[in-house]
Design a protein around this ligand. Sequence first.
Ligand code: FES
Length: 376
Amino acid sequence: MSLLRTFRFQSRGLVTTTKKWTAPKGPTGIVMLNMGGPSSLSEVYDFLYRLFADEDLIPLGRYQKQLAKFIAWRRTPMITEHYDDIGGGSPIRKWSEYQATEMCKTLDKLSPESAPHMPYVAFRYAAPLTEDTLKQMQADGIKRAVAFTQYPQYSCSTTGSSLNEISKLSKKLDPNNEISWSVIDRWPVHAGLIKTFATLIRDKLEEYDDSVKNNVVLLFSAHSLPMSVVNRGDPYPAEVASTVSHVMAELGFSNPYRLVWQSQVGPSAWLGAQTADTVKSLVAKGETNVILIPIAFTSDHIETLHELDLEMIAEAGVPGIKRASSLNGHPMFIEALADIVKNHLQEKKTSSKQYEMTCPMCTKEVCINSRKFFLQ
Ligand code: FES
């Protein structure tokens, strides 16, 4: 608790006296943050090791690194098979680079005063890793940068981990703070995001007969979190629920719906209901028209292409169980990304107000340090 008090006192002082992001002119680096995924099968072990070694994502206690090695070794054969099933690797890099490039082209027109905008991708657990991206930005002479999370809803496990990583690495690679940073740390109810989700759901509903269309169950699925993270006060569950509520409002609350959670790992308690259990339960109750909607991912990756499509939908073998397409390269979504950055640049804020506050039960110094880095 004392750490939290310290941080809030300091951050208030820093925010009121600091840059309103009056960064130097020149190219603006837009850095898309995400977890990443192995682009080839040979990268699976390293990806898993980095993922399980990240205590911001999955806290495993004092033997985190040793346990991460063991878990990665145990899971590599099965996860390699899964990536093989979806074409030999994750498409997340392809989509992230496409989204970043197309978004920057639009931004050059929308915000000529901050142009040229240079697209970067910084992944937490796979290439291009955050460290390599930061080095590339330095080599490109970037002096101002926007860390743009590609998780629309903020969690300390995801966006928080990426921001912690940038702040830690910057101390090492950029000790004189030559790159001036600001952060887009969440955008759960951006109008363009909501409209794109609604459009993709409407497109999928068109595949049903008119007689059943309004009764199709919309099952919004987001990556789950360990309850230890939820109980720390992580904002993610509330922000995901907020996205769902806005999408349903956009659809005029036309269908029954639920928010459920997928991808639980290990024996500890995680946020539920689990998506897989829910699909099975709905089918058992005779509910055979269901659309699964990945509501917290901005592109396809193993959780959509394998977990939803193969493990749940193909396995269920019920024709009325389908999945809404992911956001991927939808033109409306690219417009939304550009609009989010344009608004951020015009507002000249270093972050959202929410980012200033740590979780109520957080005692991690790294969370305070990263806020000091981005907010001062
Ligand atoms: Fe949420 Fe530290 S865990 S701010």
